[in-house]
Design a protein around this ligand. Structure first.
Ligand SMILES: *[C@@H]1O[C@H](CO)[C@@H](O)[C@H](O)[C@H]1NC(C)=O
Ligand SMILES: *[C@@H]1O[C@H](CO)[C@@H](O)[C@H](O)[C@H]1NC(C)=O
Ligand SMILES: *[C@@H]1O[C@H](CO)[C@@H](O)[C@H](O)[C@H]1NC(C)=O
Ligand SMILES: *[C@@H]1O[C@H](CO)[C@@H](O)[C@H](O)[C@H]1NC(C)=O
Ligand SMILES: *[C@@H]1O[C@H](CO)[C@@H](O)[C@H](O)[C@H]1NC(C)=O
Length: 425
């Protein structure tokens, strides 16, 4: 399919080049009319001979070619919709900033699906995964089109006249705190809901929508989508030019991080870490396996590059971003097809304490490597074994080395991160 298409284009380009040469020749011939013999003007040139053989009119061909290049130009200029797909404790807020910091051309939303998930956990009838996946998909689709109406139905309390003081982490989306989206702050009424950069009243979602429509590109970060496959309708929506970036991290490191960050939900794990046997059939272990399987299955779909995902999927490891933030940011923007702004570059430099990539890169890299492998100090070998057992295929796919002894776990001179290239740009 792809080869045919390429041949098609090569054929067209070849025709144009030949045609241009013909034009030059004919213009030259015009000037040399005296030398031109009737025979040469009547005999089809090599090019027109091809045309006649294929019964294609030159002007029609030109028009098609014009259409094609216009189409290409339109594609490169057009608006991009970026979805950063990940799970908790993978550095996704950090990576989200790569888009939040892009500046005037980008409308960025931080975890809008929080409201959807929250509402569904409140649903006493119990919402199943299929229903949740559909809700996530539909809300995302609308948001990429700057339509907040479906999201509104999930916000609690329900917004009145599209005004809400309750949008989750509004201040994490710089677009929602800009002057154009900042309604007057009334002292004493909504004291808690102003932005960091300026004091704003509750969010007027109509204003947010209008502002969003003016922005060239739109990006959303979400830790809630379970299966990439469920988002296929977004990739096929002709109104969207969507780019999925899946961010993954070593599941052993994620577990270690969650045990600290979400301590109350990880009591069992903490107990096991202190020396209990881990029951193989425990719900917590099954949940871990379920999470790992979802992440792996999404990545497998993405890496397989089915036609609906072609040029729309990129896999990024947290560990690579931590070690080479600027390089990975550049790769992501190249994949999306828009330029990385100076503002993002400055933000990355400031927040990774790295100087220019050419100098001082090694010390930063070394330091970040240490950060990246820090979990090895806190996660006991017995728990590491459990994760490796239930998340084995996931570790393998992403290039995270298995440890086979406590000594290997503790010996940080041996990195557990294999070099691996996943991008297909
Ligand atoms: C070439 O195109 C003309 C006009 O479209 C058509 O009438 C004719 O049958 C075609 N000839 C061949 C060989 O396909
Ligand atoms: C070029 O595009 C226009 C508008 O999309 C269309 O009407 C026309 O048929 C196209 N021309 C060719 C030769 O494909
Ligand atoms: C999920 O719920 C919907 C509607 O309540 C139902 O039609 C569907 O069969 C359920 N799916 C599963 C897998 O339970
Ligand atoms: C919200 O914003 C819209 C559009 O700018 C405006 O028409 C409306 O009056 C605003 N609502 C309130 C309560 O200020
Ligand atoms: C790593 O970087 C941090 C922040 O710059 C610094 O405080 C720390 O000492 C560094 N650690 C090493 C081992 O260089």
């Amino acid at each position: 399919m792809r080869i045919k298409y390429t041949i098609f284009i090569v054929f067209f380009v070849a025709l144009v080049i030949i045609e241009k040469e013909n034009n030059i020749i004919s213009r030259v011939s015009d000037k040399l009319t005296l030398k031109q013999t009737p025979q040469t003007s009547l005999r089809p040139s090599g090019f027109s001979h091809i045309l006649l053989k294929h019964n294609v009119s030159l002007s029609l061909m030109n028009r098609r070619l014009e259409n094609y290049s216009e189409h290409q130009e339109g594609m490169t200029r057009s608006r991009k919709h970026i979805l950063l797909l990940t799970t908790t404790r993978t550095g996704s807020s950090f990576v989200g900033e790569f888009f939040n910091q892009q500046g005037d051309g980008m409308f960025y939303l931080f975890e809008p699906l929080w409201h959807v998930e929250k509402m569904m956990t409140l649903d006493t009838r119990g919402t199943n995964a299929t229903v949740a996946a559909k809700a996530y998909r539909d809300v995302l689709q609308q948001l990429f089109l700057c339509d907040f109406s479906l999201l509104e139905t999930f916000i609690n309390p329900l917004p009145v006249n599209h005004i809400t003081p309750a949008l989750f982490r509004r201040e994490s989306s710089s677009s929602l705190c800009e002057e154009a989206v900042c309604s007057p702050f009334v002292k004493g009424v909504f004291e808690r809901y102003h932005c960091k950069t300026r004091r704003c009243g509750p969010l007027n979602l109509t204003m947010a929508s209008e502002f969003c429509l003016q922005k060239e590109h739109r990006a959303i970060k979400s830790v809630r989508v379970r299966q990439l496959e469920t988002l296929r309708p977004l990739a096929e929506d002709p109104r969207l030019d969507i780019k999925f970036i899946q961010l993954v991290r070593d599941p052993r490191a994620v577990l270690a991080s969650r045990m600290v960050a979400f301590a109350s939900n990880y009591k069992n794990w903490k107990q096991w870490a202190m020396g209990g046997d881990v029951p193989t059939n425990d719900d917590e272990v099954k949940k871990l396996k379920g999470n790992c399987d979802n992440i792996r299955m999404s990545a497998e779909v993405g890496l397989r590059q089915p036609p609906w995902l072609r040029r729309r999927y990129m896999l990024v490891r947290y560990e690579d971003i931590a070690r080479f933030p600027m390089r990975k940011a550049r790769e992501m923007y190249r994949f999306i097809g828009i330029p990385l702004t100076q503002q993002v570059k400055s933000w990355i430099l400031k927040n990774t304490q790295s100087s220019k990539e050419t100098s001082g890169v090694y010390s930063t890299q070394k330091n970040s490597s240490e950060q990246v492998e820090k979990w090895r100090d806190s996660l006991p070998y017995s728990i590491v074994q459990v994760v490796q057992r239930v998340c084995g295929p996931t570790l393998k796919l992403f290039g995270y080395k298995f440890v086979s002894s406590e000594e290997m776990l503790m010996d940080k001179s041996v990195s557990l991160i294999e070099d691996k290239v996943f991008s297909f740009v």
